[in-house]
Design a protein. Structure first.
Length: 133
């Protein structure tokens, strides 16, 4: 079984720990590194070439959308799945326009994160179910 290598980008470290604990039971998913801002995310994406990046939108310095654009240039094989609290349609559209493959609200993570990861890894788009109602 191949392991999906994940970069987790969020400036709130307790949230990072929650996501780490949530994903640890999935033996084929491994968080290989974390970043706390957009610039660090771009640098680590270029260095590590992760399979998947879980990206927050509100980050210090370079925001998640701009970081996603830059990551598309330095790590084109990495898929980006937004994991954020922003539910505005224009922001979601901007995230996909920047190159995201999925968008999950933090409030929906327990129900949607694993299905979103699985869909994105199969080259399918995913949006939190609460946003599609």
């Amino acid at each position: 079984m191949s392991v999906t290598r994940i970069l987790l980008v969020d400036d709130f470290v307790p949230w990072q720990h929650l996501v780490l604990r949530f994903l640890e039971s999935e033996t084929d998913l491994q968080i290989i590194s974390t970043a706390v801002d957009g610039s660090e995310a771009v640098q680590k994406a270029e260095e590590l070439q992760p399979d998947l990046i879980l990206m927050d939108l509100s980050l210090p310095g370079v925001n998640g959308i701009e970081a996603t654009r830059q990551i598309g240039l330095v790590s084109p094989g990495s898929k980006v799945l937004f994991l954020t609290h922003h539910s505005e349609t224009d922001i979601i559209r901007a995230a996909f326009d920047a190159g995201a493959s999925g968008y999950v609200l933090k409030s929906d993570y327990s129900a949607d994160l694993i299905p979103a990861v699985r869909a994105v890894l199969l080259d399918q788009k995913f949006v939190s179910r609460s946003l599609t109602n």
